[in-house]
Design a binder for this molecule. Structure first.
Ligand SMILES: CC(C)(COP(=O)(O)OP(=O)(O)OC[C@H]1O[C@@H](n2cnc3c(N)ncnc32)[C@H](O)[C@@H]1OP(=O)(O)O)[C@@H](O)C(=O)NCCC(=O)NCCS
Length: 189
């Protein structure tokens, strides 16, 4: 990954939908943070398959725009979407990149008419700064979030926090069907 010295970074941050050519940098960035135990590793194939979920943040440097981080909005049901794959380049953290990526996810949810955002995270404080609230994952999980959990290799003993944000002004779709119940695999109670 090409990195400008932090002092050379002007911190003008832009966010745009991801393109195919971004995938190697997204893969490397997520891989770095997965190695630090902050998020799940994501195979490159999975990133390509979900590329329309992804946004990329860029910063202005004296030599042009550089990759600064990635985040994704994944729709779970008609009333909820998950912010996932959120990772800021490690040398430019706390410069506002993460917040801009979450704002892009929120704008996309509003455009589509999804009234609630959800995320799993170890960085609750960051999400609180973005307007999210910690939820009680023993009782407040949407059934679709639960279904996704059952596919996670860290389901048993998971210590991530669930955070959610109700998007003001976006109504719950009037014709929303009930989501299918979560299917609990054998051996998990
Ligand atoms: C968590 C992460 C996305 C935050 O991105 P960032 O660009 O460093 O954060 P920002 O600069 O946009 O921070 C926005 C606000 O949150 C605060 N903040 C950032 N990280 C925080 C944390 N871990 N705990 C508490 N507050 C935090 C900032 O101080 C800032 O506050 P301010 O608005 O009062 O100035 C980034 O640190 C990261 O990629 N971490 C590793 C991967 C990860 O944990 N991803 C989340 C999985 S869902």
């Amino acid at each position: 990954m090409i990195k400008a010295p932090v002092s050379a970074v002007s911190h003008v941050i832009t966010v745009r939908p991801a393109k195919s050519e971004d995938v190697p940098l997204i893969f490397e960035n997520i891989g770095y943070w997965a190695g630090q135990g902050k998020m799940l590793v994501r195979p490159m194939q999975n990133i390509f398959e979900n590329l329309r979920d992804f946004f990329v943040a860029e910063i202005e440097t004296p030599t042009g725009k550089e990759f600064a981080g990635n985040g994704a909005l994944h729709i779970l049901w008609g009333d909820i979407a998950e912010v996932r794959g959120l990772a800021v380049r490690p040398d430019i953290m706390t410069k506002g990149v993460g917040k801009k990526l979450v704002e892009a996810c929120e704008a996309e949810a509003r455009r589509i008419g999804i009234p609630t955002l959800f995320a799993w995270t170890y960085s609750v404080g960051f999400f609180e700064k973005c307007g999210f609230t910690l939820i009680d994952k023993s009782k407040d999980l949407h059934p679709r979030v639960w279904s996704e959990c059952l596919r996670c290799p860290f389901f048993v003993g998971c210590n991530e926090n669930g955070v959610a944000k109700r998007l003001e002004g976006i109504p719950i779709p009037h014709n929303l069907p009930e989501p299918p119940p979560a299917q609990v695999p054998p051996g998990i109670r």
